[in-house]
Design a protein around this ligand. Structure first.
Ligand code: AMP
Length: 289
């Protein structure tokens, strides 16, 4: 069945992407942007669909950004399937897929990077030093290439969403950052490209992460305001899964992501858990006090 839109286009160069965007803007069209690292799933599709609903032109980028991987992390093994990703993008309603290679994005060793403040040192930043500086650097570069647009990010990576929103505001980048809800498997596991690493046994235990967050949220809703008690509750649920190794559980104010006394107002509960090779993260919002 025809969608009435032209077929998906593909662009590998910054110059080519800029030329296409200039044309779109000259025609008065609005632009939606979905940055990804590929190996797309229904979570990514939900961002593309939202961008489709809100913009005239939808651009998806696929780039596994070396700057955000530390030595020993899974840069080389990160799952990739470009042919399938292009099909997925077309089905979800993208107009243009930007697929630069590393040489195109970083022709020289980078001499300029974005250095973030304390938002990047906590939670995932504590165990992945420099990770968010790498994320912010590539996102700033992509925003600079894209120009004025709305950019769609998943709440699944809540710390990343918070950091990118702040960066766009702090640096007055011409980008409206839009947060989108997490898409899950029927058993509650958040979709993630890294779920591909899970063995059958690990996959069957992985939904414990979501159950732990729900138990934490129930405790907050019952009136608990001590972050340590909520964190311990989440950890105790995760501990029921023998293959789970906790990186962190956290109960923090949603805006600062850093504990500062009793919980009140908008709270975010977050956790990171290793199952074998896979490091899974998830989070949930609730209100305290
Ligand atoms: P990634 O390819 O993992 O870098 O993710 C690209 C974008 O998709 C990010 O904004 C993620 O937050 C978002 N995303 C990843 N998983 C999900 C999910 N399960 N639901 C909604 N958005 C997601």
């Amino acid at each position: 069945m025809s969608t009435g839109r032209p077929a998906l286009e593909y662009e590998a160069t910054i110059r080519g992407l800029r030329a296409r965007l200039a044309e779109a803007r000259a025609a008065g069209l609005t632009v939606g942007f979905v940055p990804t690292m590929g190996f797309l799933h229904a979570g990514h599709c939900s961002l593309v669909e939202r961008a489709r609903a809100e913009n005239d032109v939808v651009v998806v980028s696929i780039f596994v950004n070396p700057l955000q991987f530390n030595p020993g992390e899974d840069l080389e093994d990160y799952p990739r399937d470009l042919d399938r990703d292009l099909e997925t993008c077309a089905k979800a309603g993208a107009d243009l897929v930007f697929v630069p290679d590393t040489q195109e994005m970083y022709p020289e060793p980078v001499a300029t990077t974005v250095r973030l403040g304390t938002l990047a040192d906590v939670l995932c930043g504590a165990s992945r030093a420099g990770h968010f500086d790498g994320v912010a650097t590539v996102v700033a570069k992509l925003f600079s290439i894209m120009g004025e647009c709305s950019a769609y990010f998943g709440e699944k990576d809540f710390q990343q969403l918070t950091i990118v929103s702040r960066m766009a505001a702090d640096l007055s980048l011409p980008v409206r950052v839009v947060g989108c809800g997490t898409v899950r498997e029927p058993d509650g596991l958040a979709l993630s490209s890294r779920n591909a690493y899970l063995s059958e046994a690990e996959r069957s235990q992985a939904p414990v992460l979501r159950r732990a967050l729900e138990a934490g949220a129930a405790l907050v809703q019952s009136g608990e305001t001590d972050p340590t008690a909520v964190e311990a509750e989440m950890a105790s649920v995760i501990a029921t899964a023998p293959l789970a190794e906790i990186d962190y559980t956290a109960a923090v104010p949603a805006s600062t992501l850093t504990a500062d006394g009793p919980l009140r107002g908008d709270v975010r509960l977050l956790a990171a858990v290793r199952f074998g090779k896979a490091r899974l993260i998830d989070n949930i919002g609730c209100r305290a006090g």
